[in-house]
Design a protein around this ligand. Structure first.
Ligand SMILES: NC(=O)c1ccc[n+]([C@@H]2O[C@H](COP(=O)([O-])OP(=O)(O)OC[C@H]3O[C@@H](n4cnc5c(N)ncnc54)[C@H](OP(=O)(O)O)[C@@H]3O)[C@@H](O)[C@H]2O)c1
Length: 288
């Protein structure tokens, strides 16, 4: 017996369109789509053989599992605006990384099985995402076992991996992704600014940094932590660290402080590689 839920989407943007198309391709039935902009809902509905409906309530009526794939700030008002009294047997989830399942509490109170499923993937545009999303990791938050089962199967249908997020921990999860993804870009921008400030052409600076960042990501993939950490800390080169801090303090004290904090946070990895951190620790304490 096919116990796959039928699907409905509220929000035919990048995430909703990508997921609807991929799950449709793997055999899930997509029953109904609604979106603020009806033309977007029509385009998607045509691709996944679904009906376009005018309201989120109609999507809920048509499907077993409803995905609210709308911007983060629209999720709670959308949930609050739903008219349907009983939601028994319905699954309603959102795909935000930053918000947790509690934003759907008004729906849980009416019997819905609520949760969230966040693809840890950057959706730049739908066509690229449809090609590249399979195999991605999804953060799954769902207290009810039947909903968890539905969501697990949906992820597995995309050859994806599931990371279960305990209740109340979504903000920690999302902060980790922001640190790894967004702040890598910030660190890159700081490095580029330092290089161009001493006269490097932007192209040359980016060429150097791209090779370094790519090599670091490759090392992380191949050897992981702590082996992927290279540089003066792993050589216990305290004099080099001191000189870096001295020049950075003259250029931008905030960057010097960031460097110091990152060095401190790196010391456990240095120790894990069998390098003594006593001298480094002393230098960092003196420089603080
Ligand atoms: N983009 C990413 O990389 C990414 C990754 C993982 C998770 N997410 C999450 O996935 C969710 C959707 O993000 P997205 O990138 O797909 O956003 P998006 O491309 O802006 O799409 C959002 C869609 O929701 C529609 N919409 C907005 N308010 C609505 C409402 N009240 N009722 C019905 N439809 C409404 C929009 O319609 P209009 O087009 O008419 O405005 C748009 O089609 C967000 O929670 C986001 O945090 C995003």
């Amino acid at each position: 017996m096919d116990n796959r839920p039928t699907l409905g989407f509220v929000g035919a943007g990048k995430v909703g369109s990508t997921l609807a198309r991929l799950w449709f391709q793997t055999g899930y039935a997509v029953r109904a789509i609604s979106s603020r902009n009806r033309a977007k809902a029509e385009t998607l509905a045509e691709q996944v053989d679904a009906r376009v409906v005018a309201t989120a309530d109609e999507v809920i009526a048509a499907a077993d599992l409803i995905l609210l794939t709308v911007p983060d700030d629209a999720i709670e008002p959308l949930a609050a605006s739903l008219q349907r009294e009983s939601l028994m047997g319905k699954g309603v989830i959102h795909t935000s990384g930053a918000r947790d399942a509690s934003v759907l509490a008004v729906l849980a109170a009416r019997g819905a099985l609520t949760g969230s499923l966040h693809p840890a993937f950057p959706f730049a545009d739908v066509e690229t995402a449809v090609q590249r999303l399979p195999g991605a990791t999804f953060a799954l938050e769902a207290e009810s076992p039947p909903l968890r089962g539905w969501l697990r199967d949906l992820v597995l249908a995309l050859d994806g991996r599931v990371m279960v997020i305990p209740p109340g921990q979504k903000a920690v999860y999302h902060s980790a992704l922001v640190i790894a993804s967004n702040y890598t870009v910030t660190l890159y921008a700081i490095a580029e600014r330092l290089l161009t400030a001493i006269g490097a052409e932007r192209d040359a600076a980016e060429g150097a940094l791209n090779t370094l960042v790519q090599g670091t990501v490759d090392n992380l993939r191949e050897t992981g932590i702590p082996a992927a950490l290279t540089g003066p800390l792993t050589r216990a080169d305290a004099g080099t660290i001191r000189r870096h801090l001295q020049v950075l303090r003259q250029i931008d004290p905030l960057v010097a402080d960031l460097y110091l904090q990152l060095a401190r946070l790196s010391l456990p990895m240095v120790r894990a590689r069998g390098v003594s951190t006593e001298l480094l620790q002393r230098v960092l304490d003196q420089e603080a």
